[in-house]
Ligand binder design. Structure first.
Ligand code: MRU
Length: 330
């Protein structure tokens, strides 16, 4: 599958991200309930991919209940709540839902158009971020550090922050990408490393706890991450571990870029303090691959995301604009 998420006849096809890197397999989702379950176990994940999933989910519901718009709206509401932090999910649901009065075919056409748009927007945002990095970082080839997975798997295609590495690698300007492993669900070591290997881009997997040392040792020219929701003032929620990375990048004068589509910006929220942070099950922390790594009954603090304050961000780059909240580090 070239795309992470697609429409096929009467169903949604997704790359099953729970199976990677062991196996590249496709899941066929035929109902909204199946889609919600896939979203919650992170078989499909990443903010832009969730936006596409939300829109296609509304199309599934509209086709299942062509005469019952109330049923479609109820399914859409459940879908929008499947995960709370990435604003793209409810954005995708709402955008597709607007077409409901015109019928199920119109909803599906809108959802499919959104899939096409996603790749274009990601390519534009990441291309513009790549140019900014070229301006900010004199060293060639470049060494990037990234967190979580923001590549083709987190989007419909191409990627946001990882799309930056793709652009620079195409121009022969990448020495390596350090991919934070991204505890506890390992989106970095399982998914980002898999994508970088697939694309032939040199990389090393890095324990999250080693990222600050890599920055201190001068091993990184720029940090690039994605976002799940960007508040009106520029505070950005992203995978937990992003905020400490931003602190360390600021301490060591390394540019820290957030790359995301405009659909990730939530101007209804004044600051990041208003962003709802998803808390996930304790066993994601107390177990690894089903094996206990903490005493039986251990409780856990397991927020899926954290918020990076805008003053730690060198630039927020979307397909439409580059916002420079703070001067670039010396
Ligand atoms: O919990 P996940 O894996 O859905 O978290 C994903 C992230 O935090 C990504 O960095 C973000 O969605 C941007 S994806 C382009």
């Amino acid at each position: 599958m070239r795309r992470t998420i697609e429409w096929d006849d009467d169903a949604i096809l997704i790359i099953d991200q729970c199976a990677l890197p062991r196996e590249l397999r496709t899941l066929r989702l035929e109902t909204v309930d199946e889609l919600i379950a896939a979203i919650q176990r992170l078989a499909v994940r990443g903010a832009p991919a969730l936006g596409a999933a939300g829109a296609l989910g509304v199309a599934l519901a509209a086709r299942a209940h062509p005469e019952d718009h109330e049923a479609v709206r109820a399914a859409a509401a459940a879908l929008a709540e499947a995960r709370p932090t990435a604003v793209n999910l409810s954005w995708g649901v709402q955008r597709a839902l607007k077409l409901l009065p015109e019928g199920a075919d119109a909803v599906l056409a809108e959802a499919r158009a959104m899939l096409d748009e996603d790749e274009r927007r990601n390519r534009d945002a990441s291309g513009r971020a790549a140019d900014l990095i070229r301006d900010l970082c004199p060293r060639r080839p470049l060494r990037l550090l990234t967190h979580c997975n923001t590549g083709r798997l987190a989007t419909v295609a191409w990627g946001t922050a990882l799309g930056v590495a793709r652009h620079l690698a195409e121009a022969g300007e990448i020495e390596y990408v350090l991919a934070d492993e991204t505890r506890p669900l390992l989106q970095g070591s399982r998914l980002t490393a898999w994508e970088l290997a697939e694309a032939g881009i040199p990389y090393r997997v890095c324990p999250d706890a080693a990222a600050a040392s890599a920055l201190a040792a001068g091993m990184v020219d720029a940090v690039v991450v994605g976002a799940d929701r960007i508040a009106g003032n520029g505070d950005a929620a992203n995978k937990v571990g992003t905020y400490p990375l931003a602190l360390a990048a600021a301490r060591h004068g390394v540019p820290f870029l957030v790359v995301a589509p405009e659909s990730t910006v939530d101007a209804t929220l004044a600051t990041g303090a208003e962003i709802v942070i998803e808390e996930r099950a304790a066993d994601e922390v107390t177990h690894l691959g089903g094996v206990p790594i903490a005493p039986k009954g251990a409780m856990a603090y397991n927020p899926a995301f954290d918020v990076t304050p805008v003053d730690l961000i060198t630039a927020i780059v979307t397909e439409a604009r580059t916002v420079r909240p703070t001067p670039p580090p010396e």
